[in-house]
Design a protein around this ligand. Sequence first.
Ligand SMILES: Cc1ncc(C[n+]2csc(CCOP(=O)(O)OP(=O)(O)O)c2C)c(N)n1
Ligand SMILES: [Mg+2]
Length: 567
Amino acid sequence: MDRLSAVVGRSRPGAAVVSSRAIESPATDAAAALLAALVASGVRHFVVSPGSRSQALALAAAELERRGAVRLHVRIDERVAGFTALGIGRETGAPAAVVCTSGTAAANLLPAVLEAHHAGVSMLLLTADRPSELRGVGANQTTRQPGMFAPNVRFEVDLAAPEAIDADGGGVQSAMLRAVAAEAVAAALGAGARSAGPAHLNLPYREPLGGDLPPWLGVCGVREAGLAAEAVEPEPRPHPLPRGPRTIVLAGADAGTDAEALARAGGWPLVAEVVSGARFGRNLMHGYRALVADPALGGRIERVVVFGHPTLARETAALVSRPDVEVLAVRGPGEPLNLNGATVAVDAVRVEPGEADRRWLGAWMRASRAASADLSAAAGGSPSAAPIDRAALVDAVWRATRPRDRLVFGSSTLVRVADAVLVGKKIPVHANRGLAGIDGTIATATGVALASQTGGRPGVTRLLLGDLAVLHDVGALLLPPGEHEPRLQAIVGNDGGGTIFDALEVAKIAGPDAMDRVLYAPHSVRLEHLALAYGWEHERVATRAALDLALASPAGRRRLIEVPLER
Ligand SMILES: Cc1ncc(C[n+]2csc(CCOP(=O)(O)OP(=O)(O)O)c2C)c(N)n1
Ligand SMILES: [Mg+2]
């Protein structure tokens, strides 16, 4: 028992903690101190992928979950882990920490990091690494990790490999790790930057890579605390908006409810993308693309107040690119909008007192009412035994979703159809529109579902996506046994490939064979086999009645609802 050491802790005065640890490891003590500090800074979710170099972090996370301090999610594929953390960050507004080993494992986080950066979602990356003397000399599984996410992170640090055993969690190293953890969480939440985003902690460890967990884990490190950056940001000074100019409020992705409130306060038309979280209220414009393109309405706009990141309509992109239109972009998450080169970024806005321009709003309202009559006819007009088209599909999903549920849109034809046809409804929506990738969609929705249902909260998460997006993220169907089960319905519009390109310019210039091969990219995958192989329930529905029934099915399990669609 020569390796046995008795450690006397001093964490609580008068209450000496005596522990016997058969195997001591500086890596374990440092990992434990770091994770405890992250928990103290408000981190509640860890997403771990297995690996040897990262074992100390993974085992500390498992212990913290055993003690009820955090939720742990294990994912084999780091790309899936990254997007799962992104979904949790989207839903909670607090960073989830991803833990992975060195090498390509870390590189697999890049897609989620990019999306988090562009969409302004907080996230922590804990990448284990070799110590500096083993880098650049051909050591196994070793690459240049420091700086590998550099342009896209709010904070990064490459720590020194830990050297010391920490007797009581109060050592110099633990104190340093607490400071780093607090700084990383604050940065991920947006302190000192324009918005939230990813923060990267590169963590080299020497052998022994793991030992017995320190007895002080959970005694001195984990305490209830709010988010580190909560009090950091000063209240923004609202930019005054005179009533005068003919104005619309434009709500892009992740705009949130402020956009609707401003439209109401100003008496201005609200153009709200379906992924904005602001598609509701009496000022909402239906069929907005035609209205914005109409010279008598859109053509007379003098000022646009933009919330969030508009990406779904070329008409609104054209509008905010016009140099003759005053564009004010209310700072939110993500890259600042400036398509016309003269957009003014403001922290917040308020309407100056005065008379609303009733004639301006009235003209838009009349056009919107006419458009909405057409939309209801298009979406709800077919009998319940009729086959499902895209408008009917998005309508059914929208109708089935209640405020306690979550709706996640993938990037495909379907989100565009939804944007075109759906009427107002105040429900929580998510979509990865930072970079509008078709990657990581299932993992993101899984993260949203897991985060939204913690604490026994009810509701189901519905993910509406295309077949290629499913095939891109098949790895995310995998949930190791015993993992927290998301209440998740993935509703797949299966049209045999990527139909989004059929409506783009490329369809006019490409020959049919090439178009099919390199853009549509057909597949003949049997989705039910995939679903069943990964332990999902599967249902294929062909009529509106069957779809409504499937969407209303009790939400206990992961369920893939396949809706065959014409190309
Ligand atoms: C990671 C990534 N690769 C490629 C693209 C380009 N892309 C956009 S939509 C799409 C096809 C989507 O097909 P599907 O999911 O079946 O949706 P559909 O349009 O058929 O409804 C592709 C390849 C992308 N956005 N992201
Ligand atoms: Mg498709």
